[in-house]
Design a protein around this ligand. Structure first.
Ligand SMILES: [Zn+2]
Length: 368
């Protein structure tokens, strides 16, 4: 399988070469090829951006993606970018199963960082990485996105109805996270991970082992190189926690580090995650039915009598059970993360006031 890397005219040959050399240093069934073909601006009017300054390639912010509404079809600039790939395919007689990846500095009308269509044509937006996000060359995030788009196409994450569940709208640190912000691409680059459900999909789709092996080698290599040069701007990514299909509490920003707690402690912790405004110790018993539900969800085999006893004991204000359990959770978090990094994860507050956890709720994948 070949992956042809091409460029739009404003993206330099030197930069394309850097991305190509980086990817080509990882050997396997995916063969990277670079072609320095220059598209003729006479054939593609939109490439004369000095003549068409208001053409909707132009987008005023690099910070956020806009929502893609499938019913409206691909926006104009997507079609145009893919038309460059198609013309390259015809001219150089590229086989159907090979990928053509256009690297471009042009903004597109949804401000997406990359996209691959069903015909295995992809574009990667390469501008402004160094300006805002990293001090090193942008080749690492761009190379990462080449691999991401190839893998997503092989996994068939997109159908006529739009994306399926293998594209994650909540950050997990998985290659298939839908990144709304470029800092989230950096996060993926740093975690170099593929989550459990995506792995199952890779098996279902029978993607050959030697391809996934090469994908992992590349992700791991990009990660190591990227972190090694230590030129990443200190962008603060808010921490979050999600629960995977095995009910593990995982921190995606720390390479899916697990916060291991016994079930009753997990139950209490999740209740606080679900109530970011905080809960007073004396009000805990108001959440009895929710706590029972979570406890049962985490331990499907537990008998109802035990659920009742454990939760009633936990929320009994008189017996001090909450304070003990809270202290136990916080000790566990500090020993896992160290005192400084633990701060966002602790259940904190003053006696008589609401206790809370300072993690962002929007990043959570929990559906209780
Ligand atoms: Zn995933």
């Amino acid at each position: 399988m070949k992956i042809h890397l091409i460029r739009s005219p404003e993206y330099s040959t030197e930069d394309l070469t850097k991305v190509y050399e980086l990817l080509n240093s990882f050997k396997g069934p995916m063969k990277f090829e670079m072609n320095d073909h220059v598209f003729d601006k006479k054939d593609f009017y939109f490439l004369n951006y000095d003549l068409y300054p208001h053409h909707n390639f132009k987008f005023d912010s690099d910070k956020k993606k806009k929502t893609f509404i499938k019913e409206l079809g691909y926006p104009l600039s997507f079609e145009e970018l893919f038309s460059l790939c198609d013309s390259f395919r015809k001219r150089f007689r590229i086989r159907k199963n090979d990928f053509v990846v256009l690297i471009t500095n042009r903004f597109n009308s949804l401000n997406w960082f990359s996209h691959c269509n069903a015909d295995k044509n992809a574009f990667i937006h390469a501008a402004e990485w160094e300006k805002f996000y990293i001090k090193a060359h942008h080749k690492h995030p761009v190379a990462y996105q080449v691999i991401e788009n190839v893998l997503q196409n092989l996994m068939e994450v997109e159908s006529l109805e739009g994306y399926n569940e293998y594209v994650h709208y909540h950050v997990r640190g998985c290659i298939n996270d839908f990144c709304k912000d470029k800092r989230e691409v950096i996060l993926k680059l740093r975690t170099a991970d593929i989550c459990g459900s995506c792995f199952k999909r890779i098996e279902e789709k029978k993607i050959p082992f030697d391809i996934t092996d090469q994908v992992f080698q590349i992700l791991e290599g990009l990660r190591t190189q990227f972190l090694f040069n230590k030129k990443v701007n200190r962008v603060s990514i808010p921490y979050s926690i999600y629960i995977d299909e095995d009910n593990k509490l995982l921190i995606p920003q720390l390479g899916n580090m697990e916060l291991k707690l016994e079930p009753i402690l997990s139950t209490l912790y999740i209740l606080f995650l679900l109530n970011p405004e905080g809960i007073k110790a004396i009000d805990l018993s108001k959440h009895n039915s929710k706590l029972k539900y979570i406890y049962k969800f985490l331990n499907p085999n537990v008998i109802p009598e035990q659920v009742r006893t454990s939760i009633n004991e936990l929320t009994d204000y008189e017996n001090g059970s909450f304070s003990q359990k809270k202290a136990k959770i916080n000790r566990k978090i500090k020993s896992l993360l160290g005192d400084t990094r633990a701060q966002d994860f602790l259940i904190s507050g003053r006696p008589g006031q609401p206790f809370r956890i300072n993690l962002q709720l929007e990043n959570m994948d929990i559906n209780f």
